[in-house]
Design a protein around this ligand. Structure first.
Ligand SMILES: CC(C)(COP(=O)(O)OP(=O)(O)OC[C@H]1O[C@@H](n2cnc3c(N)ncnc32)[C@H](O)[C@@H]1OP(=O)(O)O)[C@@H](O)C(=O)NCCC(=O)NCCS
Length: 214
């Protein structure tokens, strides 16, 4: 019988690190993602996201998250893709790590975004999950640059970036909710990447690669 992964190859994709499993969020995983977000991601009133989605009231947060996951899947094309991966430690959903690109075949540049529930922050998980997607991008997709950005005050996110060897790549002013925010852009190449001391395990690479037209 045809499986879901036969229909949409990204569903067969999995990255494994010493502590974590990263895999695309299935509909059955959305309740775990919603519970993790509801348990708290950041201080009230200090959103690390340009769209303050994590501050929505409970009855709006859940459908908004589901719509975002469906939108990323539905909008996934070779020219513009975002792979949203749930981050699991054993059976516990910790957060989301995404990897995406526009016109990757030419630009060979990926971007990333992530969040963890508060209870999972500050113990190296953010660094481990970012290292996983960057290793994959450089070593399997032959990316030449990985970009990211965070509010200039976001020490946790910039700590992950700088710890992995990203270099500052300019300040930008972005719309943040209804306000303006200074955003620090950062940039990593295979040469500047401070590689983890573990080996990434990848499943489903060939299917994803051909789906991406690479
Ligand atoms: C950003 C986030 C994913 C980072 O994950 P994390 O697991 O908390 O971070 P880690 O424990 O892996 O820390 C990584 C590095 O940042 C440093 N760091 C973490 N918190 C820090 C802080 N408050 N101040 C300074 N450095 C900090 C750590 O020392 C570590 O550096 P090192 O490995 O060189 O010692 C997580 O904190 C989070 O979800 N925050 C809220 C949402 C968010 O900000 N998302 C990103 C939006 S751009």
């Amino acid at each position: 019988m045809t499986s879901l992964a036969d229909i949409w190859p990204p569903f067969a994709f999995t990255l494994t690190t010493p502590r974590l499993t990263l895999r695309p969020i299935l509909d059955a995983d959305i309740p775990a993602a919603v519970s993790a977000a509801r348990s708290g991601i950041h201080e009230p009133g200090k959103s690390p996201f340009s769209t303050p989605w994590a501050e929505l009231p409970d009855d709006e947060l859940a459908p908004n998250m589901a719509r975002w996951y469906w939108r990323c899947r539905a909008g996934f094309s070779r020219e513009d893709w975002t792979l949203l991966m749930g981050v699991w430690q054993d059976d516990e959903f910790l957060g989301v790590q995404d990897l995406g690109a526009r016109n990757f075949a030419v630009l060979r540049t990926v971007n990333t975004g992530s969040w963890l529930k508060k209870a999972a922050q500050g113990r190296g998980v953010g660094k481990e999950m970012r290292a996983a997607v960057v290793c994959y991008a450089f070593d399997y997709l032959q990316a030449e640059v990985a970009e990211s950005e965070a509010a200039a005050w976001n020490r946790q996110s910039l700590g992950v970036s700088l710890g992995l060897g990203y270099e500052p790549n300019g300040l930008a002013r972005h719309t943040w909710g209804t306000k303006v925010e200074e955003v620090q852009k950062v940039r990593l190449t295979p040469e500047s990447f401070k590689r983890p001391d573990w080996t990434l395990h990848v499943q489903g690479h060939e299917g994803l690669k051909s789906y991406l037209g690479l």
